[in-house]
Design a protein around this ligand. Sequence first.
Ligand code: KG4
Ligand code: ZN
Length: 391
Amino acid sequence: MKQSNRILAIETSCDETGLAVLQKKGDAIEVISQVVASQVDIHAETGGVVPEVAAREHVKIFQPLLKKVLKEANIVSPGWRSGGPPTRAQQQRALGGGAGADRTRGEVDAIAITVGPGLIPALAVGVQAARTLAYAWHKPIIPVHHIEGHIYSALCAEKSQIPMTKSQTNTKFQIPGPKAFPILALIVSGGHTMLIEMREHLHYRVLGETRDDAAGEAFDKVARLLNLPYPGGPALSRLAERGNPRAFAFPRPMVHSNNFDFSFSGLKTAVYYTLRDNPTAKPEDIAASFQQAVVDTLVTKTAQAAQAVRPQAVLLAGGVAANTRLRQELTATLAQQRIELRAAPLALCGDNAVMIGQTGLLALEHMRTISWQQLEAHARIDLTPWAERWG
Ligand code: KG4
Ligand code: ZN
């Protein structure tokens, strides 16, 4: 097996267009170039993501972003050195490989792509681009599940490296060895709230998930009740900083249940009735009390799962992992059990291609590759059976 691999990674499952070129040497991963274009401003007008609008934005921006990451990584399409489109002869030489092909500058070994779950029109943009590139470059495709991407964004992060601001981006990561397991992961995003156990790389057991709204979705819906701008999570948590988290006793759903599932839709309803019945309630107190209820629920359930799994570390990733209160309280509670919290760097909490590349580089070594003809997008795919397919 080759000691060093380089891949192009693509993420378009929702409303961020992510592209990155990453390289792995031994257990060290280096991000050579990366970009994320957010559509937040566009979706703010409708208060949520309209799948067709998201897809159109991905289409608009994909090509310039691709050009940018490839250029920064010094990668050229075969036969495309002179700046302009390749001539017919160049194309034939490049596609056919062989002696005449222009392989003097950098290439990628494979293309990693999010195949789902996500919005089909949005996923389809990345999938179609990956198919085309894989066909033109004669390279294999590495299919990646969006949730395992979030998991690896935290698993590859070393505690000492985690930058504290969103603008700081890591460029170097380390894939932990077998001693890092078992691992417990809490994935909290706009679409998912999951507790996942890992006993080895690329294998997952889902211990629990939400039965209705995801944690991020609850943040977004309560933010709307408080007339905060989309996306609600960051705005609500900023407002909560000025409020009293004990002003209202909102429920902590399912903390006494006999499983690791979550449910956040009742909490959102409780906030609705509290606002209706207390018209003079301070929005910052509602925000702080709601946030505390979500944080308490996530922390309690994760601590319960940690007692069952006895992990070497707990991972925290996904959009809601950017929440400061959640990071702080989970760190403190797990410290009592002498368990380290490894949270995704802030820059990688939201959707991005670096996390798809981190997973993809490992999956490539485990021979998880398909041809462009086999690549498909899936609106829903259960993580465990999907990952087991690859052995
Ligand atoms: O992972 P992500 O970017 O997209 C999905 O895969 O869903 O997560 C987006 C979610 C949104 O619901 C957003 O409101 C939430 O993450 N979020 C936050 C914070 N920052 C983003 N929720 C709470 N506190 C935050 N600071
Ligand atoms: Zn996500």
